[in-house]
Design a protein around this ligand. Structure first.
Ligand code: ADP
Length: 217
C-alpha cells in the first residue's frame, strides 16, 4: 500500500494522473483543490473562507488544508493515497508526515511533474468541462465534435473554473514557485523525490509514474 504525493505547478496534470491511479489501482485520490471547491459549492464555513482566496489564485491557510486532509485520510488506509495538490507549503508537508506517522503510515514517493510554465498557462486558460458529466475540453486542443454539444452525454452546458483566467493563473504559478517548490529540497533530503516529464503525452506520463510505483524505474 503506497502513499504518494504528486507535485508540480497548476495544470501540470496532477489531477488527471491521480484520477487514473484511483481508477486503475484502487488507490484513493486526495485532492485538496477538489475538497475546497466542494466546500465552496456547498457554502460551508470553510468554503466561505476559501472562496475569495481561491479566486485570487492565492493559497488557502495551512490550518484549513491540514484539517481537510486529516478528515479524509483514514478512508485511504488499506488502499494507499495519492496526494494531489497537497502539500503546497513546507508547513503542510510537515503536517502531512505527522498525520501519516500517527496512523503508522509513511510517504513512499514524491513524484514531481516537470513542465514548461508558459505552455501550462496555455493549457489552463483554454480548459473547460461539460457541466453535466465533467468531460474535459479545450479551446485549442479539444473542442466538442459538434460545437456546443458534449461528445459524451449530449449536454449543451459547459463550465470553466473561476480561477482559470490568465491573471489568476500567473498568481497560482507565482505561489507555486514561492511556497510549494521549496518543499522539493526538503523531500529530496529524505530520498523521496522522483521526476517525470510532465510535457510528455498523458499516456507517457502514466507509464513513467507506473514504472516508479511498480519499482521498475
Ligand atoms: P491547481 O493545481 O490547478 O492550481 P487545485 O485544484 O489544486 O488547482 O487548487 C485550486 C486552488 O485551491 C488553489 O489555487 C488554492 O487557492 C486552493 N488550494 C488547493 N489545495 C491547497 C493547499 N494544499 N493549500 C492551500 N491552498 C490550496
Amino acid at each position: 500500500m503506497l502513499n504518494i504525493i504528486l507535485l508540480g505547478p497548476p495544470g501540470a496534470g496532477k489531477g488527471k494522473q491521480a484520477a487514473r491511479l484511483q481508477a486503475e489501482r484502487g488507490m484513493i485520490q486526495l485532492s485538496t483543490g477538489d475538497m475546497l471547491r466542494e466546500a465552496v459549492a456547498a457554502g460551508t464555513p470553510v468554503g466561505r473562507k476559501a472562496k475569495a482566496v481561491m479566486e485570487r489564485g492565492e493559497l488557502v491557510s495551512d490550518a484549513i488544508v491540514s484539517a481537510l486532509i486529516g478528515e479524509r485520510l483514514d478512508a485511504s488506509a488499506d488502499k494507499g493515497a495519492i496526494f494531489d495538490g497537497c502539500p503546497r507549503t513546507k508547513h503542510q508537508a510537515a503536517a502531512l508526515e505527522i498525520l501519516l506517522a500517527q496512523r503508522g503510515r509513511r510517504l513512499d514517493h514524491v513524484i514531481e511533474l516537470v513542465v514548461d510554465e508558459d505552455e501550462l498557462v496555455r493549457r489552463i486558460v483554454g480548459r473547460f468541462t461539460c457541466a453535466k458529466c465533467g468531460a474535459p475540453y479545450h479551446d485549442h486542443f479539444r473542442l466538442p465534435a459538434v460545437p456546443g454539444v458534449c461528445d459524451v452525454c449530449g449536454s449543451t452546458e459547459f463550465k470553466r473554473r473561476p480561477d482559470d483566467n490568465e491573471e489568476t493563473v500567473r498568481t497560482r504559478m507565482a505561489e507555486y514557485r514561492a511556497k510549494t517548490a521549496p518543499i522539493l529540497p526538503y523531500c529530496e533530503d529524505k530520498g523521496l523525490v522522483r521526476r517525470v516529464d510532465g510535457m510528455a503525452s498523458v499516456d507517457e506520463v502514466a507509464g513513467q509514474i507506473d514504472a516508479i510505483l511498480d519499482g521498475k524505474a
